[in-house]
Design a protein around this ligand. Structure first.
Ligand SMILES: CCCCCCCC(=O)SCCNC(=O)CCNC(=O)[C@H](O)C(C)(C)COP(=O)(O)OP(=O)(O)OC[C@H]1O[C@@H](n2cnc3c(N)ncnc32)[C@H](O)[C@@H]1OP(=O)(O)O
Length: 138
């Protein structure tokens, strides 16, 4: 594994910093140059939850979205926006536990980029799976 820290977007809800966005989760995004996927490690706290102790699915979707967006942006300066996002919640994500998200660029076709992503727990169980079509903005 050879991880490179990506710069993030200062105002982003997921990968921003507290100066530019006080509500940002402030997550660091890394790029694995060998395996070619993004790597986002996080430990959710109570403020991330919907039901008590259970992390809100919409928030996990935001992390999945960012993991995939940066799998494109790691090697492309063009701007892509999420056109279609699909999510499967396989196993609950609990606050106080450690998780990792990975995003993969599968292929590009014209203005479309097809991506996938997973969130795994420390035991390697898949908790969330995602897929998206990003569209390159003209
Ligand atoms: C890097 C920092 C991290 C950021 C991560 C967060 C990313 C986000 O959340 S972005 C915010 C959420 N997304 C949005 O707000 C996007 C809103 N939608 C739009 O702006 C427009 O619909 C947009 C740009 C996607 C497409 O509009 P437009 O430029 O007119 O494209 P259009 O000509 O209709 O379609 C272009 C191609 O994309 C395809 N396409 C467009 N929308 C979709 C879609 N939803 N699903 C699948 N394909 C689509 C079209 O079929 C077409 O394909 P082809 O070229 O093969 O015919």
């Amino acid at each position: 594994m050879s991880l490179v820290k990506l710069q993030g977007t200062p105002s982003c809800f997921v990968c921003g910093n507290e100066n530019d966005n006080p509500r940002s989760l402030g997550l660091n995004i890394f790029w694995d140059n060998e395996s070619r996927y993004t790597f986002i490690s996080f430990i959710p706290d109570e403020s991330w939850c919907g039901y008590e102790g259970m992390v809100h699915g919409g928030l996990l979707a935001a992390i999945i979205d960012d993991a995939m967006a940066w799998s494109i942006k790691a090697s492309d300066d063009d701007i892509y926006v999420t056109g279609k996002l699909t999510i499967s919640f396989r196993k609950e994500v609990r606050c106080g536990k450690k998780y990792v998200a990975h995003g993969f660029l599968e292929r590009k076709e014209g203005r479309r980029a097809y991506t996938s992503a997973v969130i795994k727990d420390e035991e390697g169980n898949t908790c969330v799976e995602g897929g998206a079509i990003f569209i390159r903005v003209k």
